[in-house]
Design a protein around this ligand. Structure first.
Ligand code: RIB
Length: 291
């Protein structure tokens, strides 16, 4: 079983602030650090750090070759990465005193995927393989449909949530992974977690739903199963990439045929370690410190 992640790659500019900037306000940052990130890249790094092989299909600008070298160091396969003329995507991230973040992304190279590029990548994968996708790149419906035609198992994390997601072919998705705000938007702002799960399962009856709730834990449910997992309590300094860590570890564990409740526990532990360190991909722990 191979894992393919068609996903974004960003340069993250991380600004430490006391409070997030308000409308009309100008504030000073106490610190600026740059990292490589993107929900796609972070999730690939998490899968690799969890001990699974992952192929990352992503676009960067031709001048940002160093990103490929970093990914190789993390054991992410870069055979399907492309260098394009568009600037590499970037993210402006504010991290406040409580370790919460607020993010603006600029798509750049993440938004210039072409149909023939998608075909060339997908022809290397089949019904035994997994496709992971987030919502930071273009042509998502096409990728989902083409991967499904090849019989791949599809994991979709609609982050960041946009109106377009409601028009995507979500019934083709095998595993829908959402956080609280994404889940609410997909289920017409229902508040109760079990009602949200019930609503999503009613709409997408063949899809397993994983709801990640940060410090409130996580819930997984499909047609026959329902599991709740508590979060591991830690002192958070930066929540960037915690969700990505959870997702990468969950998929790696599932691909190794671990029990769902163990996948949730391990993913939760990995995410709790991630939030104790600053930065995105660089704060994703290796499985030696998790399992
Ligand atoms: O999930 C965290 C990521 O979101 C950051 O690395 C940033 O690039 C944005 O995509």
């Amino acid at each position: 079983m191979k894992i393919l992640n068609f996903g974004s790659i960003n340069k993250d500019y991380v600004y430490s602030v006391n409070e997030f900037v308000s409308p009309g306000e100008t504030i000073q940052t106490s610190n600026l650090k740059t990292f490589i990130g993107g929900k796609g890249l972070n999730q690939s790094v998490a899968i690799a750090q969890a001990g699974s092989e992952v192929f990352h299909a992503g676009n960067i600008n031709i001048k940002d070759d160093y990103i490929k070298k970093e990914l190789i160091k993390w054991n992410v396969n870069i055979d399907y990465m492309e260098e394009v003329d568009e600037s590499t995507g970037h993210a402006i991230i504010q991290v406040n005193r409580s370790g919460e973040n607020s993010i603006i992304i600029h798509g750049g190279a993440n938004r210039v995927f072409e149909s023939d590029q998608i075909d060339k990548v997908l022809e290397n994968f089949n019904q035994e393989d997994i496709l992971l996708i987030q919502n930071e790149i273009n042509k998502i419906p096409e990728i989902i449909e083409k991967a499904k035609n090849r019989g791949m198992t599809i994991f979709f994390n609609p982050a960041p949530m946009t109106k377009e997601v409601l028009k995507y072919p979500l019934s083709l998705v095998d595993y829908l992974i959402v956080n609280e705000s994404e889940a609410k938007k997909l289920s017409k702002n229902k508040i109760d977690f079990d009602e949200i799960i019930f609503d999503l399962k009613r709409k997408y009856s063949n899809t397993s739903v994983l709801l990640t709730l940060g410090e409130k834990g996580s819930i997984y449910s499909n047609r026959n199963e329902y599991f709740k997992c508590e979060a591991v309590n830690v002192n958070a300094v930066d929540s960037t990439a915690a969700g990505d860590t959870f997702i990468g570890y969950f998929i790696s564990c599932l691909s190794k045929k671990k029990e769902i409740k163990d996948c949730l526990l391990i993913a939760s532990k990995a995410a709790s370690i991630c939030v104790t360190k600053k930065g995105g991909a660089i704060s994703i722990p290796n499985h030696k410190f998790v399992i």
